[in-house]
Design a protein. Structure first.
Length: 188
């Protein structure tokens, strides 16, 4: 599946501008993580872009989130299917609710990457100019310790980055840089 096909599918299934921006940020971070780990940035980016494809239809039933996305992708695969490893990573980003193990490097990367986007955005929004350009890595890592700040962001999911060999400080820097690269699309 090409990025263009993935983007069209995302826009077909999502109406929330905030969710679309989250998926764009997740794509950017996943591309950066893939490059760092020597994996396929295009494949990992598409997985980041599509990981929440079903969110609007499953938000009231978290036990289906991720699973429904993979079903949609399998139905729409046509001549450009996503590999099984990408579908598994999409399921693994919601492992707790699906009752599965988060075991793959790809799934761990997606979990950490899509989660840190919320912390980075929340950090940017406390700056007077509300721009990613103003955010410092130290601010992100400091906010990791503040449980009341962006309290819906699961810090344990972000720390999964260490299970794939990327220290938290490096992961924060990589994520911030990736998101800065698309700051116009994010409005930040």
């Amino acid at each position: 599946m090409t990025r263009e096909q993935a983007r069209a599918l995302l826009e077909e299934h999502m109406t929330s501008d905030v969710l679309i921006k989250h998926c764009l940020a997740s794509e950017a971070v996943m591309r950066a993580v893939a490059a760092r780990l020597g994996r396929d940035p295009d494949l990992w980016g598409v997985a980041g872009l599509l990981h929440d494809l079903d969110y609007e239809s499953t938000k009231d039933d978290p036990s289906q989130h991720g699973q429904k996305t993979t079903e949609i992708l399998e139905e729409r695969a046509g001549t450009h299917p996503l590999p099984a490893e990408a579908l598994q990573a999409i399921r693994e980003h919601n492992a707790e609710n699906l009752g599965i193990e988060r075991a793959s490097e790809f799934g761990k990367a997606l979990t950490a990457s899509e989660t840190i986007t919320g912390l980075v955005v929340a950090t940017a929004l406390v700056y007077p100019d509300k721009k990613l350009a103003s955010v410092k890595v130290k601010s992100i890592t400091k906010r990791m310790k503040e449980k009341a700040f962006a309290r819906n962001v699961n810090r344990n999911h972000i720390r999964v980055c260490e299970e794939i060999g990327i220290p938290l400080k490096d992961f924060a820097a990589l994520s911030l840089e990736a998101m800065r690269g698309i700051s116009d699309a994010l409005g930040l």
